[in-house]
Design a protein around this ligand. Structure first.
Ligand code: NAG
Ligand code: NAG
Ligand code: ZN
Length: 451
């Protein structure tokens, strides 16, 4: 049989099979009349809240109606025009006690549809349960899980919290949170919530242990500039701008290697060292075909992404930059822009204690165990989240997204989350929210002894 006729035959067989047993494909094409935690998750995933034009209005109206359907109140705050923040409140029986805040950002990073197996805003659920969508891990899952956990506690289990529980849905986390969580944390409205403890997003875990984050690294954008004598491309001479910049780049590379060696030797985790990575180099005299090749330019510049763990001394790094990376003696200048706080309002490192001196930690940990979960060693997050703005206010904050046995796909193509992992997360939050909101003691001490 020729390969063509073999193909035709198998197609024919398939057609017969399909007409006898129509497949049940669970995907976006099938109308989803049912209203379940999964379909509510999919509906949220389909709202295009990716940058550069996040549809915050649709997301806020989606959550407002979901929240009202479980009998709770919402409040929309707007610290920047067109950037709403939705606050959900579940009043506790003792509103004088510090409350619990669960935070989630509404926005996501963009996606390139052509690089995806399924369109990034289709929330396609495959037969093996993977729900593909931009934001499925970062962090639309927790946004729905918080609400579903409260729905179950409230409607099914008739649970009544002692402490008030709030959820905040905030804009702009992916572009720094300056018009979102930063303004919220600094507001009178935030202060009035009297928050004792909060949870923000974490990251997926590839093992069967949940990951938890007690600090973020703080980003600095560093630009170093060199000037020097311009000259003919053929001449060897000292103190050209390029030479000055290259000397600095060598020094910076050595520092980078030393930090990286600590990671390679497993003395420190990636997030526990200072990372410094060149992100651009700028020099040269443009010509119609590229650059003038026989001329050494009088200016050269480099941009670097620097990340400091809370344990690093920022003053020491500033001195290193001034003395070694961009010394004025080599005609260099520099500019540091700190993209967020490094110390809290009391001058303490921005981190939440994960030992007995933070009573919230024990409550959180017990709640995970009670839900049948395991926690891995608390970590510093290599990147940043909105949690830093709340830690800056002295509020104990843990980063946590309940996703075990899941590849880390945030900001990547084909971001997905398995339905079973998503559903298990709701149970985990039921345990966490009921434990935290029933916690009787320790609140005053915890919020003042975070460090
Ligand atoms: C700094 O710039 C001055 C003026 O252009 C020049 O004379 C001197 O050699 C430069 N020094 C270094 C170390 O580049
Ligand atoms: C908790 O950790 C902090 C920081 O590492 C430490 O200073 C403090 O003594 C610890 N407290 C207890 C009870 O272990
Ligand atoms: Zn995120």
């Amino acid at each position: 049989m020729s390969s063509i006729s073999r193909l035709l035959l198998s197609l024919f067989t398939l057609l017969i099979f399909l007409s006898l047993f129509p497949p049940t494909i669970t995907s976006q094409s099938q109308p989803e009349q049912e209203d379940t935690p999964i379909t509510r998750f999919q509906r949220y995933l389909r709202i295009k809240t990716a940058h550069p034009n996040p549809d915050y209005a649709s997301a806020v109206s989606f959550f407002t109606s979901e929240v009202h359907s479980i009998g709770l109140k919402t409040l929309t705050l707007e610290f920047s025009p067109g950037k709403p923040l939705l606050l959900v409140t579940w009043p506790g029986s003792d509103p004088s006690l510090p409350s619990i805040l669960l935070n989630s950002h509404l926005d996501s990073v963009p996606a390139e549809p052509s690089k995806w197996l399924h369109p990034p805003f289709s929330a396609t659920r495959t037969s093996d349960g993977k729900i593909y969508a931009r934001g499925s891990q970062d962090d639309k899952c927790i946004a729905i899980q918080y609400l579903e956990a409260i729905r179950n506690l409230r409607m099914k289990r008739k649970f009544q919290p002692l402490r008030t529980v709030h959820i905040s849905y905030v804009p702009d986390e992916e572009i720094g949170g300056f018009d979102g969580a930063a303004k919220f944390a600094a507001s009178k409205e935030f202060q009035d919530l009297n928050i004792g403890f909060m949870l923000d997003e974490g990251q997926a875990s590839t093992t069967d242990e949940f990951r938890v984050f007690y600090a973020d690294r703080s980003p600095w954008h560093l630009i170093i500039k060199a000037v020097g004598m311009p000259g003919h491309g053929s001449r060897m001479y000292d103190n050209s701008a390029m030479e000055n910049l290259m000397k600095s780049m060598e020094t910076i590379s050595r520092f980078r290697e030393n930090q990286f060696d600590l990671v390679k030797a497993k003395v420190a985790a990636n997030s526990e060292v200072i990372s410094v990575n060149p992100v651009y180099l700028k020099a040269g005299t443009p010509s119609p075909t590229g650059f003038v090749m026989n001329m050494q330019p009088s200016e050269a510049e480099a941009g670097l992404d620097v990340r400091l763990p809370p344990t690093a001394d920022p003053d020491l790094l500033r001195k290193r930059i001034a003395d070694e990376w961009a010394p004025a003696t080599r005609n260099m200048t520099y500019q540091i822009s700190e993209k967020g706080p490094i110390r809290d309002y009391m001058g303490r490192p921005l981190m939440t204690l994960t030992n007995e001196s933070n009573p919230w930690w024990s409550v959180f940990k017990q709640a995970i165990i009670a839900a049948g979960g395991k926690l891995s060693r608390p970590e510093i997050l290599a990147s940043t989240t909105d949690a830093r703005y709340m830690r800056q206010m002295g509020i104990p904050t843990l980063g946590f997204s309940p996703m075990i046995n899941t590849p880390i796909l945030l900001h990547e193509h084909n971001e997905y989350l398995k339905d079973s992992v998503f559903l298990k997360g709701i149970e985990v939050y039921e345990s966490i929210i009921s434990s935290l909101s029933s916690f009787k003691g320790g609140s005053v001490e915890a919020s003042t002894q975070v460090q």
